[in-house]
Design a protein around this ligand. Structure first.
Ligand code: SF4
Length: 158
């Protein structure tokens, strides 16, 4: 059942990427203070099980080449400016997806002198993917939802 769900998700993703962005979706991963749990789940998207490059998804080194930022970690104050600068450098449409409980709202660290308490306190977020860490299929669902939201915004003329 899980495999069928993931297969359906992947098919929808492939279709949506073509409709909304043309041929491909370029993603820049930003670690804003993660424990690396979310990062490992995210990197599983490139392994032979998920193999998202089949759908035209690629992880890129430069935000200038990225349509989307996948951000992990609670948004530590140490990395606040780095995240702001990465967002500023990203290519339009600058979709930001918060990956994991920390990025969504601070997680176990919460808000403190060292942690902002979620990346939406630093940059605008289009989709939140909860979990500690979220499964790769949940991350795929979050990416798909971000594309759906972008399509809806364009259809509404925004
Ligand atoms: S949500 Fe959990 S796995 Fe992800 S960075 Fe926070 S503590 Fe680590």
């Amino acid at each position: 059942m899980e495999n069928q769900h993931t297969a359906d998700l992947e098919l929808s993703l492939q279709t949506r990427i073509k409709e909304v962005l043309g041929n491909s979706l370029h993603i820049r991963h930003v670690d804003a203070g993660s424990c690396n749990g979310c990062d490992f789940e995210m990197m599983a998207l490139c392994n032979p099980v998920y193999d998202v490059q089949r759908f035209g998804i690629d992880f890129v080194a430069s935000p200038r080449h990225a349509d989307m930022l996948l951000v992990t970690g609670g948004g530590t104050r140490h990395l606040e400016v780095a995240l702001q600068k990465t967002y500023a450098a990203a290519a339009a449409p600058k979709m930001v997806v918060a990956i994991g409980a920390c990025a969504c709202g601070g997680g176990v660290v919460g808000q403190s002198y060292a942690n902002t308490g979620g990346i939406d306190r630093i940059v605008p977020v289009i989709v939140y993917v909860p979990g500690c860490p979220p499964r790769p299929s949940a991350i795929l669902a979050g990416i798909l939802l971000a594309l759906d939201k972008l399509a809806a915004c364009r259809a509404a003329g925004f």
